[in-house]
Structure formats: C-alpha cells, structure tokens
Design a protein around this ligand. Structure first.
Ligand code: GAR
Length: 204
C-alpha cells in the first residue's frame, strides 16, 4: 500500500514509522515549519504544509488534502500528531485504511493534552491506542492498545517519555499489519488474522 502520514508537530512517530521501513509516499502537515516536516525532508519523503487558515472552511481544507493524496496515489493514511478533525468525505474515501494514534487508553481521555490530563489525575495506568478513524472524535474502532504505567515519583516528562516510547513501538507494527491486510475493518468492526496477529490483542 502507498502510505501518507499526516502530522502537525514533533514528528517522533513519523520518524519511528520511517525507521521501521514502511514506505511513506507523502507527508502532510497542518502547521508550517514543524520538526515533522524536516524529518520528512531528511528521509527524502515529499512533504506539504497545508494550513487551515488558507482555506474557507473544513470541507475546502479536507478537499485539498484529498487532492494531495490523490496526486501521490496514496492508498492508506496514518495520522501522527495531526490534531484536526477530518470531515466525512475524506474519512469515507479512506475508511478502513485510515488510522490514528492517541496517547491514552481510549475511550478515556479523548482530545488534546491526554498525557498531561492523565498525569494530573494521578492515574496509575494509561497507555496508547491505535484505531481506525470514523466521524467521531478519537472514537473509531480500536485496533490495538498498550498499557503504560505511571510510577510513583514520575515527573510529567518521564511519564510522557514512557508513553511516547510505547507509541513508537506499537504504531509502526500496527501500520505494517494493516498494510499486509492482516487487520481490516468489516462492517464497522476490526477483524484480525488471528494466527498472525495475536500480539494485537495486547497479550504478547
Ligand atoms: C502523539 O503523542 C500522538 O499520540 C498525539 O500527538 C502526538 C504526536 O507526537 N496524537 C493525538 O493526541 C491525537 N488525538 P509526534 O509529533 O512526536 O509524533
């Protein structure tokens, strides 16, 4: 599959995806001058910054994203720090081949600053979730989750670092599974090739 990664910030997950050998054909950022764009350049991946303020509304913005994806023949899309809600036509176009990473055990802590909010609540366990994108907010069918502990004397930085490490390990593996057709979306439910993807369920 030809993958695109949509970013907006640090790009640490983009880097993990690229390091894992997944062939990324296009990187789109919703912010200009972010480290994620520089990472794309370093790895020789075509990149574009599409800024929401240059478009009249969300539909026009998403149409521009769809056009870029089309230009590069993109077949599957991974969101990695792309902090904008997508509209239905774009979601529909890539349904089942559009995945998002979120730094919490969804449905807990959807939305922004999930790591900091969990830390402030002094939860002992949080984690990361990868899900197919649907029209809701951080709500689509869950593919994989990995729990991450908060230790007694953690600073928020230490806790964040542990969370990001889990993201970097899990996200590329899940993308590879989607890429190989071992995990699919059927009638709104996630289907696994049980023999090949037991780790998906978090038991390995
Ligand atoms: C990641 O922690 C990802 O889980 C989060 O943005 C960060 C991007 O980091 N995404 C969301 O909160 C989506 N709702 P990165 O730019 O270093 O990959």
């Amino acid at each position: 599959m030809k993958w695109a990664v949509l970013v907006g910030g640090t790009g640490s997950n983009l880097r993990a995806i690229l390091e894992s050998g997944i062939k990324v054909h296009l990187v789109i950022s919703h912010r200009a001058d972010v480290p994620a764009l520089r990472i794309a350049q370093t790895y020789g991946v075509p990149s574009r910054a599409l800024l929401p303020r240059d478009f009249v509304d969300r539909a026009a913005y998403d149409a521009a994203i769809a056009n870029s994806l089309e230009d590069f023949g993109v077949e599957a899309v991974a969101l990695a720090g792309f902090l904008r809600w997508l509209t239905s036509p774009l979601i529909d176009r890539y349904r089942g081949a559009l995945v998002n990473l979120h730094p919490s055990l969804l449905p807990a802590y959807p939305g922004l600053h999930a790591i900091e909010r969990a830390f402030r609540d002094r939860v002992w366990w949080s984690g990361v979730t990868i899900h197919f994108v649907d029209e809701g907010h951080d709500s689509g069918p869950i593919i994989a989750q990995r729990p991450v502990p908060r230790f007694m004397n953690d600073t928020v930085e230490e806790f964040s670092e542990r969370m990001h490490l889990a993201e970097h390990q899990l996200y590329p593996r899940v993308i590879q599974e989607v890429d190989r057709g071992r995990v699919t979306l059927v009638d709104g439910r996630v289907c696994y090739n049980e023999e090949e993807s037991p780790w998906m369920h978090g038991h390995l």
